[in-house]
Design a protein around this ligand. Structure first.
Ligand SMILES: [Ca+2]
Ligand SMILES: [Ca+2]
Ligand SMILES: [Ca+2]
Ligand SMILES: [Ca+2]
Length: 328
């Protein structure tokens, strides 16, 4: 394969940290050059495959060649060129999110440029738009080949691979990608990009975290007010949410109460019979909009009434007080 040199783009650390969800490695930019009519290592299975820009400016007549899955076999001989006659241009691609409701985790961006007449330099700013966001956020600016490259012999083409050294996603929950491309007006022509690859896969749903709250204390003959509101779903900012709260009051594995509200008030009639003064385990189960769930163990105690009211117990609606009630 082609020789490449790895350059850790430390200057971009501040930007990438803001977007990286899994900062297990460092940002790597592999740069290759001096191609000589070699087959271009492009991906035909990237997220841009076959897509036309959803927006853009000055993208030229052959913009479809950006994402056709081929770099072309001969420079400039098969229409596999894109040469904007402008100082800058930009293209946006809206990713297909029908099968990726939480967007995509981007693991790599590969770009290829070059023609027979040395227009192979690359210089662009890469931006991502994430689920739930209305605008793009810049990820970094990347350059390969000297700006204003004029040496045909040493630079027939250039490639750049951008990825995380540990294979972690560069960004998660991405729904659109943007390239702001700077071209070389010194020569009256722009760089001839031949393929833009954006690699990744659908961002996986994360299981919600249940927090039962408590321990709860309830006065004799009062309602038990449960609050699972501390439960959370890490995908909440990307359109996911907890859709159900289920409570297993006697902790027997059967959830008696189902609500979409984190708060639940259980009437005394349902508590009547639990041993007074003892701690009773309960379980909260939360489920997100993708069906993933988790549980949390809590407890509640029914207070022992004042001696003066003990006599009322037998007169009240809880004749079985003092016995742990078995439900179902
Ligand atoms: Ca491709
Ligand atoms: Ca192409
Ligand atoms: Ca989730
Ligand atoms: Ca139960």
């Amino acid at each position: 394969m082609f020789a490449g040199k790895k350059i850790a783009l430390l200057v971009l650390a501040g930007w990438t940290l803001a977007l990286c969800q899994v900062a297990s490695g460092s940002l790597v930019v592999d740069k290759a050059s001096a191609y000589s009519r070699a087959p271009w290592t492009v991906s035909s299975t990237d997220l841009l495959g076959g897509l036309l820009p959803s927006a853009g400016a000055n993208t030229g007549a052959h913009v479809q060649w950006f994402t056709d899955g081929s770099g072309g076999d001969n420079y400039g001989e098969n229409g596999e060129n894109w040469t904007p006659y402008s100082a800058t241009t930009w293209v946006e691609y809206a990713l297909n999110t029908t099968s990726a409701p939480l967007g995509y985790s981007i693991t790599g961006v590969n770009t290829f440029a070059g023609t027979a007449d040395y227009l192979c330099n690359q210089h662009y700013t890469l931006s991502f738009k994430r689920m739930g966001e209305s605008s793009f956020t810049a990820f970094g600016t990347f350059t390969n080949a000297p700006w204003g490259q004029q040496t045909q012999v040493t630079h027939h083409g250039t490639a750049m691979w951008i990825y995380d050294s540990a294979g972690a996603p560069l960004v998660t929950n991405v729904i659109a990608v943007r390239f702001d491309i700077y071209t070389d007006v010194t020569w009256g022509l722009g760089s001839t990009y031949r393929e833009l690859d954006v690699l990744g896969q659908a961002t996986a749903n994360r299981t919600p975290t249940a927090v039962a709250g408590g321990p709860y204390a309830v006065d004799y003959r009062s309602a038990l007010d449960l609050n699972g509101g501390a439960s959370s779903d890490a995908d909440g900012t990307f359109g996911d949410r907890i859709v159900s709260f289920e409570w297993d009051l006697d902790n027997d594995g059967t959830f008696e109460y189902l609500t979409s509200d984190p708060n639940l008030s259980i009437p005394w009639d349902d508590l009547c019979g639990y041993e007074l003064g003892a701690s009773h385990p309960l379980t909260l189960r939360v489920t997100d909009s993708f069906g993933a769930s988790s549980t949390s163990l809590g407890s509640f105690t029914v207070a022992v009434p004042e001696p003066a009211t003990v006599a009322l117990i037998l007169l009240g609606g809880c004749l079985s007080a003092g016995l742990r009630r078995r439900r179902r």
